[in-house]
Structure formats: structure tokens, C-alpha cells
Ligand binder design. Structure first.
Ligand code: ASP
Length: 351
């Protein structure tokens, strides 16, 4: 069977870049690359204090640096995204692990998923309680179970068998999230009215071996009930990684991301576009320019918007270019590469 390969080296690639990309449009390909997000939503400058803005930037930078360190030392994309997500799961500023939003019943039900772009192996957990690091449990599902997704009590039983760390309910409690639930109940609001941001966390990485990985972790949406599960643990909706296409982690109004299969849709569009540019034979994709990739990603987020949904994605191409798209006022995010790039951003209009 043919493996679709990107002609990123050799004359084919040089030709493709020379004819298709305006001079200087594509930078030198990084040996490793990572991008993270800490949720998208109504994050406006006018609602932020300087302290809060700085605290989020510092937290994003810490997570980004943790992932970048793994990659710089030759570690795998999977280990890098895990390192970044672990920090954000422990940080109450984000809606994942500690700091997760409350369910209608005042509990925390956590969702997470992880995907390995090498072989598209994947693991996910949905609606688990008491797990300090849902991303570690998702990874265990991938590596130590014959399944892709485990939910609720069964997932917790599996976690216990695997020696995954648990925490008492108070560990996950935060005042701001509790107030959000109370406000929602008192004023009969929706999760969108009370959450000025979503706060899910995610990461995508490319390692020196050319492998992509993606992971996402969340507490879901405030006031969720009836065992509601969002897009974050759903492979193809909130998370996707395929070495031949891209790595994606999403954040936003999960129902829309599930309905559109956002993460997989982005990867499929990038694959098709790269194959069309490559011409026949169809199994030879070429490197897309960032502008071309961005068009495809924007089209998917526009589709989310057309249905009435909102949110954003971080996307990493097989060449290590990190791209963002969102239809919200902001998305906590950051990216770093082996070529020295390292930046964090919050508002949609920031580069
Ligand atoms: N996508 C998540 C969900 O719907 C929420 C978020 O991104 O914060 O569960």
C-alpha cells in the first residue's frame, strides 16, 4: 500500500515552493514545533486587567516552554504535548483538571483525548471524575487498552488499575467557576452567557522524527448535565493527528465541533489540497503555503460560525507551521519552534 508522503525534500519540493509560494512566504522548516491553546471565547481587552492578562501569558509561556523543552531535547511529539497539557491541567485558570467548570449538579466531569500522528492511534476519556490529569488517562487508554474511548465509571476503574493519580473533589473547585454555575442557575442563563471564555486546553506538536501529535483536555461547559460530552474527547471533532495531513486541537462550543467533525475536516481538506497541488499520482502531496492552509482552516471555522457555533483551533502542518483560526474575540494560545520562535497571544487581533 502506498503511504502518502509529502514531497518536502528534494527537487519536487523545491519546485513546488518555487512556483507556488511568493518569495519568502515559507520560512525555513523547523526541526520541531509546538503550539498550545488555553481556550477560546469572549476574551476582550476591555474586560481584562493588566494582572490577569499577564498571569495568563505567564501560564501559557510556562506550558509552551515545557513542551518545547521536551522537543528541543529530542523527545517525542506525544511527550511534548503531554508536558504542556499537564501544566495547564494543574492551573486553575484553565478549564481542565484543576479549575474545571461545574456540572449542573456541582461536580466536575472531565474529558480528554490524545492522538499519535504516526499511526493514528488514539485514546480518549469522557465524563471522568477525580482524575488529576485526564490527558495521562487518555494516553493510557491509547497505549494500554484495546479501546479508543472509555467513559465514566469504567474509565475510572481502568484508571485505578493503571495507577493513575486521583484527587478529592475539592482539588477541582474554584470560586469563579462556582459563581458561574450559580449565576447560570439563578438567571436561567446558558453556559455561553456565564463563561466569558471556554478555557479548554490543548496542544499540537511536531518532533524531530517528523511525527505529529495532538491532545485536548477540558471540564466541558458550565452547567452541563445528562452526561453531556463535548468535542474534546472525540477523535475527529476536538482532536486529530495524522503525519500526512496535520495535527489539530479545538476549543469552543463542542456541539458544533462534533457536528462538523472539525479536527478531521481540517486534516482532510489540507490533504486534498496538497494532493491536488501535487497532481497525479494522487498519493504525492506537496507542501502547501501557509496562506493555502489558512484558507482551508478558516473555511472550517466559518462553517462552525454559520451554524451558530463559536470557538477556535490550533493546527500544525507536517512542515511544522503553526496556524490558528477562531471566530471568537480571543483564544489563549502560543507557539514555539526550533528556529527560535516563541510567542503567546490572547486576543484575535494579535499576530
Ligand atoms: N469544547 C469544549 C466542550 O464543548 C469546551 C471548551 O472548548 O472550552 O466541552
Amino acid at each position: 500500500m502506498h503511504k502518502l508522503t509529502r514531497a518536502v525534500t528534494g527537487t519536487a519540493a523545491l519546485f513546488a515552493i518555487a512556483v507556488a509560494a511568493p518569495a519568502g512566504a515559507q520560512e525555513e522548516a523547523p526541526r520541531w514545533s509546538i503550539a498550545i491553546h488555553g481556550g477560546a471565547g469572549t476574551i476582550r481587552r476591555e474586560d481584562m486587567t493588566a494582572e490577569r492578562d499577564a498571569a495568563y501569558r505567564a501560564a501559557l509561556k510556562a506550558a509552551l516552554d515545557a513542551g518545547a523543552k521536551v522537543l528541543a531535547e529530542g523527545g517525542s511529539a506525544l511527550d511534548a504535548i503531554e508536558a504542556a497539557i499537564l501544566l495547564m491541567e494543574d492551573d486553575p485558570k484553565f478549564n481542565a483538571g484543576r479549575g474545571a467548570v461545574y456540572t449542573w449538579e456541582g461536580e466536575h466531569e472531565l474529558d480528554a483525548s490524545i492522538m499519535d500522528g504516526r499511526d493514528r492511534d488514539a485514546g480518549a476519556v469522557a465524563g471522568v471524575t477525580g482524575i488529576r490529569h485526564p490527558i495521562l488517562l487518555a494516553r493510557k487508554v491509547m497505549t494500554d487498552s484495546p479501546h479508543v474511548m472509555l467513559a465514566g465509571e469504567g474509565a475510572e476503574q481502568f484508571a485505578a488499575e493503571q495507577g493513575i493519580e486521583t484527587m478529592p473533589p475539592e482539588w477541582f473547585d474554584t470560586e469563579a467557576r462556582r459563581e458561574a454555575l450559580e449565576r447560570m442557575k439563578a438567571d436561567k442563563l446558558s453556559a455561553l452567557d456565564v463563561d466569558i471564555k471556554f478555557g479548554t486546553v490543548g496542544a499540537v506538536a511536531l518532533d524531530r522524527d517528523g511525527n505529529l501529535a495532538a491532545g485536548t483536555s477540558t471540564g466541558g461547559m458550565t452547567g452541563k448535565r445528562w452526561g453531556r460530552i463535548g468535542d474534546a474527547p472525540i477523535i475527529g471533532a476536538g482532536t486529530y493527528a495524522d503525519n500526512r495531513a496535520c495535527a489539530v486541537s479545538a476549543t469552543g462550543w463542542g456541539e458544533f465541533f462534533i457536528r462538523l467533525g472539525v479536527a478531521k475536516d481540517i486534516c482532510t481538506r489540507l490533504t486534498f489540497r496538497s494532493q491536488i497541488r501535487g497532481g497525479a499520482p494522487f498519493d504525492e502531496g506537496v507542501e502547501l503555503t501557509d496562506a493555502e492552509s489558512q484558507q482551508e482552516i478558516d473555511a472550517v471555522i466559518a462553517d462552525v460560525g454559520q451554524l451558530g457555533g463559536d470557538g477556535g483551533v490550533i493546527v500544525l502542518t507536517p512542515e511544522g507551521h503553526a496556524l490558528y483560526a477562531m471566530n471568537t474575540a480571543g483564544m489563549y494560545r502560543g507557539r514555539a519552534t526550533s528556529t527560535g520562535e516563541s510567542e503567546v497571544a490572547i486576543y484575535a487581533d494579535e499576530e
